[in-house]
Ligand binder design. Structure first.
Ligand SMILES: *[C@@H]1O[C@H](CO)[C@@H](O)[C@H](O)[C@H]1NC(C)=O
Ligand SMILES: *[C@@H]1O[C@H](CO)[C@@H](O)[C@H](O)[C@H]1NC(C)=O
Ligand SMILES: *[C@@H]1O[C@H](CO)[C@@H](O)[C@H](O)[C@H]1NC(C)=O
Ligand SMILES: *[C@@H]1O[C@H](CO)[C@@H](O)[C@H](O)[C@H]1NC(C)=O
Ligand SMILES: *[C@@H]1O[C@H](CO)[C@@H](O)[C@H](O)[C@H]1NC(C)=O
Ligand SMILES: *[C@@H]1O[C@H](CO)[C@@H](O)[C@H](O)[C@H]1NC(C)=O
Ligand SMILES: *[C@@H]1O[C@H](CO)[C@@H](O)[C@H](O)[C@H]1NC(C)=O
Length: 541
């Protein structure tokens, strides 16, 4: 019982093996340098008869054949139905015959070489196409040499893969899995180690489920063009593999000669998520009026439907682009103008007073004619003439009138000179201040005495509350030296404060007098003759 089972198993195995590994095709390709075999496919009924001789022949001419023996070449081995090459070489190409009794079988062997840097022969590939995300399975099986091999390795694009111990690749296909997978079986024979390769050309394709193709972009595209130039219209579609993208560029009277559908730039590419894009370019050269307002249609067609979009060329508005050099010049001019403006502003600030005086003179401006006031300025100063304030007194009573009145034609109100003693002083001062256009305060150490307090207060009232008079402060002593000082006076704008340097009395043309004139009301200077010009340079008296 056991023996019969064993026998059966052996028979089945033998039968399976023979049917699997025999060489039934007529045209056979082998790779040079690798072990190779031919095996006759005996039908099951043919029992091997010891008496029937088996002979192998190789064709050596159109009708001649040479019998092969194991001794005829060290690379050949004959074993019943099998002819083995260890290894096969280019000169082994040709016809081979197997003869057993009246049965003959013929093969045609073509031995090819590998290219220099490749681990496989490109003509000897097993194609495998896998859809992306579907199972990619590569198993290194060989019906004949697997049993004989003592080691098997798997290579991808001729680089050894990590999993070479158990050379099976099983995964979900990604696009980067595409490539050439080579199983190498290392087979020892007669003390030599041979290798047999088996290579799969794996192609990963996108999802093959059909989609309805769509063209990308709006249905109508207006393309701005310039006459005489070229334009390329790019029609792109999300499509299936077999879908065609094409242009309808034919007019009734034939195709425009300057319109070309480009073959080269017809591109297709598959995105990593398996979508296929196809695009086709329409090139229009040397655009003329005929190309305008004409609708160039692009279509994509498939079993699922079609989609069309159109392109219309419109003339670009004659909006002239600013050429680069014009722009540069414009920038330079703008910068120069800015520089000039800034310079003018700076000069204007520095020579503000001179400019204002020149303007007054030039325009013959006189603001004293209509306001009904008598005096141009009321001079407020310390009346007591003591030894420590003699300078200020001299300034207020002598220098100021000499310059402003004699030289520049102003009319000052100097209390000591212009007021007849005896009246009600307070009322008098008030009305004099009201009749004056400016209040000149000559500020010295002892100024803040009771006597001038009223003048000051009255003047400040006029200036700040009624806004009828403007204050000019001439400092003999800096304001900061005073312990009591009206806040409102401290807030006086700095240009209304002039500093008198008693150690270096200024000349007529000096800034001090110019500034003072500037602060005084505009008045037509009456020409006073040569007299004013010989005024002595002011000095300490
Ligand atoms: C074998 O290949 C040759 C060309 O190489 C061809 O003419 C012939 O038809 C092929 N025979 C078979 C059976 O495929
Ligand atoms: C082979 O054929 C010959 C005649 O053509 C015949 O006499 C002979 O018996 C055949 N041999 C076998 C084994 O079939
Ligand atoms: C491998 O398969 C791809 C896709 O079928 C094909 O384009 C390529 O030519 C094949 N490679 C070789 C060497 O035949
Ligand atoms: C296979 O054998 C050949 C020579 O017999 C050798 O040049 C080649 O490198 C071997 N290939 C591999 C993958 O070992
Ligand atoms: C056409 O457009 C598609 C998609 O926008 C792009 O992938 C392709 O590179 C373009 N072709 C050319 C020639 O510009
Ligand atoms: C497109 O292909 C045709 C032939 O297939 C050729 O005559 C023509 O010159 C090609 N056009 C371009 C722009 O390459
Ligand atoms: C194109 O159409 C615009 C208005 O749509 C028209 O003003 C223009 O004259 C047309 N040009 C040509 C060449 O037909």
């Amino acid at each position: 019982m056991r023996h019969t089972e064993l026998l059966l198993t052996i028979l089945v195995l033998m039968f399976t093996r023979t049917s699997e590994t025999c060489t039934s095709r007529f045209n056979i390709t082998a790779v040079r340098g690798e072990p190779f075999y031919l095996r006759y496919c005996s039908s099951g009924s043919e029992r091997k008869d010891e008496t029937v001789a088996i002979r192998w022949y190789k064709g050596s001419g159109p009708h001649a054949r040479t019998e092969l023996r194991s001794s005829s070449s060290p690379r050949i081995s004959l074993r019943d139905y099998v002819l083995e090459f260890w290894p096969v070489e280019l000169e082994d190409s040709g016809s081979y015959f197997f003869q057993m009794g009246n049965n003959t079988h013929e093969w045609k062997l073509n031995v090819i070489g590998k290219s220099k840097h490749s681990c496989f022969a490109e003509k000897q590939l097993i194609s495998k196409t896998v859809e992306v995300q579907k199972s990619l399975h590569i198993n290194c099986k060989h019906s004949y040499y697997e049993e004989l091999a003592h080691r098997i390795s798997l290579y991808k694009n001729c680089e050894k893969m990590e999993n070479n111990k158990n050379p099976v690749l099983q995964k979900n296909a990604e696009f980067e899995d595409q490539g050439y997978y080579t199983c190498v079986f290392f087979v020892p024979y007669n003390g030599n180690l041979f290798n047999v390769t088996k290579t799969f050309n794996v192609t990963v394709v996108g999802d093959r489920s059909k989609i309805i193709p769509v063209l990308l972009g709006p249905k109508v595209n207006h393309v701005k063009v310039e006459l005489g130039k070229d334009v390329e219209l790019n029609c792109s579609a999300l499509a299936n593999e077999k879908d065609a993208v094409y242009w309808n560029v034919w007019e009734e009277n034939g195709k425009e000669p300057n319109v070309h559908e480009e073959n080269i730039t017809r591109t297709r590419y598959v995105t990593p998520d398996g979508k296929l894009y196809a695009s086709r370019i329409l090139r229009i050269e040397n655009i003329n009026e005929k190309n305008l307002n004409f609708s160039y249609n692009c279509a994509v067609a498939s079993e699922g439907g079609t989609d069309t979009i159109s392109f219309v060329l419109v003339k670009k508005e004659d909006m002239v682009d600013i050429p680069g050099y014009v722009f540069t010049r414009g920038m330079i001019v703008a910068v120069l103008i800015s520089v000039v403006v800034v310079c003018l502003v700076v000069i204007g600030v520095i020579y503000r007073v001179d400019l204002a005086l020149f303007y007054r003179h030039f325009m013959r401006k006189d603001e004293t004619l209509t306001d009904g006031k008598t005096y141009d300025a009321f001079v407020s100063y310390l009346k007591e003439c003591g030894p420590e304030n003699g300078e200020e007194h001299t300034f207020a009573v002598e220098i100021l009138p000499r310059v402003l009145e004699k030289h520049f034609g102003y009319k000052l109100c100097i209390f000591e000179r212009d007021v007849v003693p005896g009246g009600a002083i307070v009322d008098e001062i008030h009305s004099l201040i009201e009749k004056s256009r400016r209040l000149i305060i000559v500020l010295s150490k002892s100024y803040m005495s009771n006597e001038v307090r009223y003048e000051l207060e009255s003047g400040l009232h006029e200036a700040l509350v009624e806004r009828k008079i403007k204050i000019i402060l001439i400092e003999f002593t800096p304001v900061s030296d005073f312990t009591f000082f009206p806040q409102s006076l401290q807030l006086l704008k700095s240009h209304r404060v002039l500093k008198w340097n008693a150690d270096k009395p200024p000349s007529y043309n000096s800034r001090f007098w110019k500034n003072l004139l500037y602060l005084m009301p505009a008045k037509m200077v009456k020409p006073c003759g040569a007299e004013s010009e010989v005024l002595p340079v002011l000095s300490r008296s």
